[in-house]
Design a protein around this ligand. Sequence first.
Ligand SMILES: [Fe+2]
Ligand SMILES: [Fe+2]
Length: 152
Amino acid sequence: MNTIKKDAIAMLTAEHREVRDLFERYEALGQDDKNRKKKLADQICTALTLHATIEEEIFYPAVREAGVDTAELVDEAIVEHASAKDLIAQLQEMDPDDALYDAKVKVLSEQIAHHVGEEEKEIFPKAKKNKLDLAAMAEEMALRKDEVAATM
Ligand SMILES: [Fe+2]
Ligand SMILES: [Fe+2]
């Protein structure tokens, strides 16, 4: 799953697409397809957790350090991650038979779509304009992702 991407922004953007595809596959499932719902929701939760980790540990601090005028955007992004993590933790304890399971997946999907929109329209363009070493960052993120994935 760790396709080597030439730069950090390409890598994060590719992960956004992967998660969006997983949400779309979830939505396309039949109401009673409980096994596949659980499997896809778990995949979504894992992908988002790994993604948020490398953004918070590596990408956001680098963007902040570069002194781009993104401080408020990054603060907002971190709050949005916290809210997503809360829903992820709930979903991981739940079963598709539980009340509100689909609703929580749906709300998570909407929150993530909003969050990804802000990253791609506001944070990424600013990061690109600054002299961040996006290639080195991609490598660091890929390594960290493998490390965290191994503990999950
Ligand atoms: Fe994010
Ligand atoms: Fe992201």
